[in-house]
Write a protein that binds this ligand. Structure first.
Ligand code: APR
Length: 193
């Protein structure tokens, strides 16, 4: 399934874009595009809970009992349960209401807060899905530029434990949008099969 790969290096970290299923990734953490209830649902959220098993939901329930619903743009970390990834970082992207309700800032925050958790926990590698571009309706052309720009800016800021960031895009249209965004932002990139 992971046919195509686009990769660049930023400040000792590799940024890769692949088409595939995030539940199969063996990075230290995978990011879940959750909702504020953290109770699981459809899309990538449903797939992660199905594959990872009940231990993930159990920890999500404990987090919500402790600190309430997770606000949009924030992130928390749980076990990866039965996943190959040891951790799941749950974040909540914004619902798209046309773009002038703070959606770009909230989407950037979802990526930044997820990366901050990975860095704070000395993780080496992390995979992201395309947050907010499914059920939440964020236009993928805009979301892809913002996602890649935000991650590159974070990686450029400082050298951290994180040396590998992978965008795992489920469908070819989303994969193409992220590839174009990366090429646009970086200017030049190394394409590999
Ligand atoms: N691996 C990678 N990406 C996936 C997978 C998967 N296994 N399954 C779905 N996707 C992709 C979708 O195709 C889409 O491109 O993830 C992207 C995000 O879509 P959604 O999962 O709908 O996430 P989002 O738009 O952020 O909406 C979040 O949906 O499932 C609910 O609980 C979730 O209410 C929340 C809302």
């Amino acid at each position: 399934m992971e046919k195509q790969v686009v990769e660049v290096t930023i400040n000792q970290a590799k940024l890769r874009i692949i088409q595939g299923d995030i539940t199969k990734q063996d990075t230290d953490a995978i990011v879940n595009a959750a909702n504020s209830s953290l109770m699981g649902s459809g899309g990538v959220d449903g797939a992660i809970h199905r594959t990872g098993g009940p231990a993930i939901l159990e920890e999500c329930k404990q987090i919500v009992a402790r600190q309430g619903h997770l606000p949009t743009g924030k992130a928390v970390m749980t076990t990866g349960g039965n996943l190959k990834a040891r951790h799941v970082i749950h974040t909540v992207g914004p619902i798209w209401y046309g773009g002038d309700k703070g959606e770009p800032e909230l989407l950037a925050s979802a990526y930044q807060e997820s990366l901050k958790l990975a860095m704070g926990n000395q993780l080496f590698s992390i995979s992201f899905p395309s947050i907010s571009t499914g059920a939440y309706g964020y236009p993928v052309a805009k979301a892809s530029r913002l996602a890649i720009g935000t991650v590159i800016a974070s990686l450029r800021q400082s050298v951290t434990s994180v040396r590998e960031v992978v965008f795992v895009l489920f469908d070819s249209q989303t994969f193409r949008a992220y590839s174009s965004a990366l090429k646009e932002i970086i200017g030049t990139s190394n394409e590999k099969d």
